[in-house]
Design a protein around this ligand. Structure first.
Ligand code: ADP
Ligand code: MG
Length: 150
């Protein structure tokens, strides 16, 4: 069980990115978040973890939330006191019926067999904390928190 990271720390810098759910924007989102976080001088491994987690969350918006359509993805990044990073990825897509189930390793609703069902597991393991809030028909918000080395 991982230690919970408390994020009561003051926000020192923040950014917000709004993108349509085109697959070309997955790489854009990943690179933009990494570029913004680079000001904290993360290690190469920390940066790779952040990119991977963001990539999984944004891919889920593209392939699941807006499966039959194109919708808006909002990505917010907060850099907080004490080298804490909070990343919020939000969609207004289909929502998740059972979040607990969706978070289980290997669970996927993908019928074509293209998805591994490991997206949430990757996000959870590459960050210190992951929160998922979802409402059917309303959308999903994933909050990722990571504390960088001193
Ligand atoms: N943003 C989202 N909107 C709707 N459903 C989602 C979203 N993110 C994840 N899901 C659901 O949770 C399941 C598990 O997600 P994930 O662990 O990334 O595995 P995968 O994407 O490989 O299916 C998905 O199959 C999908 O049903
Ligand atoms: Mg996924």
């Amino acid at each position: 069980m991982k230690n919970r990271v408390e994020f009561t720390a003051a926000v020192e810098n923040e950014m917000r990115l709004l993108l349509p759910s085109l697959s070309v924007n997955e790489g854009m989102a990943r690179a933009a978040v990494a570029a913004f976080c680079a000001q904290l001088n993360p290690t190469a491994l920390e940066l790779a973890d952040i990119k991977c987690a963001v990539s999984e969350a944004v891919t889920n918006c593209i392939v699941h939330a807006y499966r039959e359509s194109i919708g808006e993805i909002s990505i917010g990044v907060k850099l907080c006191e004490g080298r804490l990073i909070q990343i919020e990825i939000q969609d207004k897509g289909c929502g998740i019926a059972d979040v607990k189930k969706a978070r289980e390793p290997l669970f996927t609703t993908d019928a074509e067999g293209e998805r591994s069902g490991m997206g949430f597991t990757v996000m959870e393991n590459f960050c210190d904390e992951m929160r998922v809030q979802s409402r059917l028909g309303r959308g999903t918000t994933v909050i990722l928190r990571k504390r960088l080395h001193k």
